[in-house]
Every structure is written in structure tokens, then in C-alpha cells.
Design a protein around this ligand. Structure first.
Ligand code: SF4
Length: 410
């Protein structure tokens, strides 16, 4: 196993030549299946693909096309788009005529939309935790078969995208480690898909906690070494923390030959989304060339503001500014072990904030606020910060600085 250095974040150090050879051997000899995603290959000896997702409303064709071009210009190998409605599908048809980029579609609850979007994309992502929302009486195997049939018919690859914030409700049992639940869900879905004779898929197992990400990907790679992996730390947040969290996880995994494609999820204004690609490529380059940075000590022990990278589901563009402001105004609490999650939409916001001490998720006019799983109310954008600060003050009164026991998502 390659040994990673533990120097301070500000330093960069070349690895010794034998360590570097070991890393390069691991990277070159990934045991995963090589699958095709449009014009590229993912897995096996294919280069590590770097991808991103459009944050614009898919129906805003001009803005979405501009973002696709921005990401392509930065060298994106795959670009993901969220599709939630028939209007999004119509917009996708127009976008397809304007770009040759490898497009992936992110399906939410309405899995049947896959049939309408697959002719226009190269990859379909589904989340096992979301397959239960529609047609509840239909067995999950039938729904997966539908998706596999669609992918096969339209020459699409697939991603089984497990997310700690939206685990399959039927799989969750009280007190069980979410890592175990996520692993079980991923394994179960791999089996279903493979039993249908389909192997053109990748798996992701994302969490907002980089240490959980390292743990779960290592374990999954041990159990299913042949399955190509898409790496990601969800809701990594603003720069520079967002880059650090992704780097912490990706360095450790890539150096072991784990990871075939990746996304750095950052909360950025639309015009700067290319930075996700640039940073992702830089991390891959650094690992390949033996440059590593240390694991920061602050994660899980001090204030941790996480925020999603936004996507077309954001209903109010004020989200990015809100995330920035939350980080700025809570800086005074940096020595306290508090996690605040800021999410851009009502689709994933409620679930993805469950493990934070304080969670905010954005609607068109109001921002919802909760403390752990208790809902505190919905507040206008211009007053929610004051209400949040009240709650932060209360938490500080309850906790001592630099409390060592973490209450953050593990
Ligand atoms: S939380 Fe909502 S807005 Fe943010 S990335 Fe996820 S789906 Fe998109």
C-alpha cells in the first residue's frame, strides 16, 4: 500500500521514487472493467475521467449550453444534467443538437423518464434510494430492469449512485452504520443489474464526510474489485474547504488504484463551474506525479459548513450567495464542533441535511431551517441568517470549544 505523507496542508512534497512507482503501478493496474461512455472509456487502463454537472435550469437552454461549453472548454469528459420533468426533456432535445459532449442524466424519483431521455445521452444515473417514491407496490427489481432495458436499447452506460443523504428507506434500520446500509444497497443493485446480463455500469457511494468516503470506497473495492468506481464527496462546499475535502478523499483512494472517474462538487457561481474540472484534473495529476497533501485535522472537530454544488433543481439563484453568507457569518463559531448544511433545493435538501446540527434548504421564496431532524420553520431569504445565528448561539451555549467527540456526519 502506498504511504501518504502527513505534512501540513501548505507544503507539497515529492514522494520517494519507490513510493511513486507503487502509486503509478496502482493507477495503471486498476482491476476494474473498462466500459464505454459515449466517446470515452471508464475503468481498467482508461485515463481517470473527470466530470461535472450543470447548475443551470435545464429549461434555460442558453445558460445551460453556455455552461456545457464552459465545462467542455475545461476538459470535462462527461457532463451531467438533471432531468425532472417533461419540459426538461424537451430542453435536452434542443441541447443535444448543439453539443457533442458526453452527457449523463441524473434521474430522481421519476425513473420512467429514463425512456425519454436515454436517446439523447450517453449515461443514465439512478439513485437506489429514490426508486421507492413512485409506484411503491412495484418491486425494485422490475424498476431496475426497466432502466437496464432502456440503457441497452439506447447504448447508454449506467451509474448506480448511492448517496448517504438519501439511502433506501427500506434498508435503514435504527442505529445501523450508514456505511453498512450504503454498501448493502450498492451490492444489491450490482447483483440485480448483473443478473440482467448488464455490465456497463459504474458505482458511486457518496457522503459529505471525506473520511466516510475513503472507508466505504475501500471496502467496496475490496468486495467488488471489478466494478468501476465514480468518486465523489457530496456537498463539499465553497472553496477552499471544498477542494480540501475532495482532495483528502481522492488522494488516498487514487493512490491505491481506487477510482475510475470523479467529480469535485463545489458551491460556485454558474460562471465558475469550470473550476470543478480544473481542480479534479489537478488532483489526478498530483497523485500521478506523486504530490500529496496532508489530511487536515479540522474536519469533524471544528465548525464545518457544507453546501451542495447546486444544479438545475435550485429554485432561487440566491442560494450560492446564501451559502457564502452562512460561511462568513458563522466564522465566529469556528472553534466549536458544529456542522451546518446548506442545500439548494427541496428535492434533496430535507434528507441531505439530516445528519447536520443545523440544516438549511432553499425553496423559491423561503429557506427551510432545521435542527438535526426537527423542523424550525421556513424563513424569507433576508431573515433566515438571523434565525440561524440564534440557533448557532444556542448550540455554542450547550457545547464547549473544541469538543472532541464529533457529532457530525460520520
Ligand atoms: S441538493 Fe438539490 S440543488 Fe443541491 S445539488 Fe442536490 S439536487 Fe441539486
Amino acid at each position: 500500500m502506498a504511504r501518504l505523507n502527513r505534512e501540513p496542508m501548505s507544503t507539497r512534497e515529492e514522494k520517494s521514487s519507490s513510493d511513486l512507482q507503487e502509486v503509478q503501478r496502482s493507477l495503471a493496474q486498476r482491476p476494474t472493467r473498462k466500459i464505454r461512455v459515449g466517446s470515452i472509456y471508464v475503468g481498467g487502463d482508461a485515463p481517470i475521467a473527470v466530470q461535472s454537472m450543470c447548475a443551470t435550469r435545464t429549461t434555460d437552454i442558453e445558460a445551460t449550453l453556455a455552461q456545457i461549453q464552459l465545462l467542455e472548454g475545461a476538459g470535462a469528459d462527461v457532463i451531467r444534467i438533471a432531468i425532472d420533468s417533461k419540459k426538461d426533456v424537451e430542453a435536452l432535445k434542443v441541447l443535444r443538437l448543439e453539443t457533442e459532449a458526453n452527457l449523463a442524466v441524473d434521474l430522481q424519483e421519476n425513473y420512467r423518464l429514463a425512456e425519454q431521455v436515454a436517446p439523447y445521452v450517453q449515461k443514465v444515473r439512478y439513485n437506489p434510494g429514490h426508486l421507492h417514491h413512485h409506484e411503491r407496490s412495484k418491486p425494485v427489481e422490475e424498476k431496475v430492469k426497466f432502466l437496464v432495458d432502456v440503457c441497452r436499447e439506447y447504448d447508454c452506460a449506467m451509474r448506480i449512485g448511492v448517496n448517504f443523504g438519501s439511502l433506501d428507506p427500506e434498508e435503514r434500520t435504527n442505529g445501523e452504520d450508514p456505511i453498512e446500509v450504503a454498501l448493502r444497497s450498492a451490492e444489491q443493485h450490482c447483483e440485480i443489474v448483473e443478473e440482467l446480463g448488464f455490465q456497463r455500469f459504474v458505482v458511486s457511494l457518496k457522503s459529505s464526510d471525506p473520511f466516510s468516503v475513503v472507508k466505504i470506497y475501500k471496502e467496496f473495492a475490496r468486495i467488488r474489485p471489478e466494478v468501476p468506481l465514480h468518486l465523489g464527496v457530496t456537498e463539499a462546499g465553497m472553496l477552499p474547504d471544498g477542494e480540501i475535502k475532495s482532495r483528502v478523499a481522492f488522494e488516498q483512494l487514487l493512490a491505491l488504484g481506487i477510482g475510475d472517474t470523479l467529480r469535485v462538487s463545489l458551491t460556485l457561481p454558474d460562471g465558475e463551474k469550470n473550476r470543478e474540472i480544473e481542480i479534479g484534473k489537478q488532483i489526478v495529476r498530483d497523485v500521478q506525479e506523486g504530490r500529496f497533501r496532508s489530511v487536515p485535522e479540522f474536519l469533524g472537530k471544528t465548525l464545518n459548513v457544507i453546501s451542495c454544488p447546486s444544479c438545475s433543481r435550485v429554485e432561487n439563484g440566491a442560494f450560492v450567495e446564501l451559502a457564502r453568507k452562512v460561511k462568513e457569518v458563522t466564522e465566529f463559531a469556528r472553534d466549536y464542533n458544529i456542522t451546518i448544511a446548506v442545500m439548494g433545493c427541496r428535492v434533496n435538501g430535507p434528507g441531505e441535511t439530516d445528519e447536520a446540527d443545523l440544516g438549511l434548504w432553499c425553496g423559491p421564496k423561503y429557506v427551510n431551517l432545521k435542527k438535526k431532524t426537527e423542523k424550525l420553520g421556513a424563513f424569507p431569504y433576508d431573515t433566515v441568517i438571523d434565525r440561524l445565528l440564534e440557533e448557532v448561539e444556542k448550540l455554542i451555549a450547550e457545547r464547549s470549544p473544541l469538543q472532541t467527540e464529533s457529532t457530525t456526519a460520520q
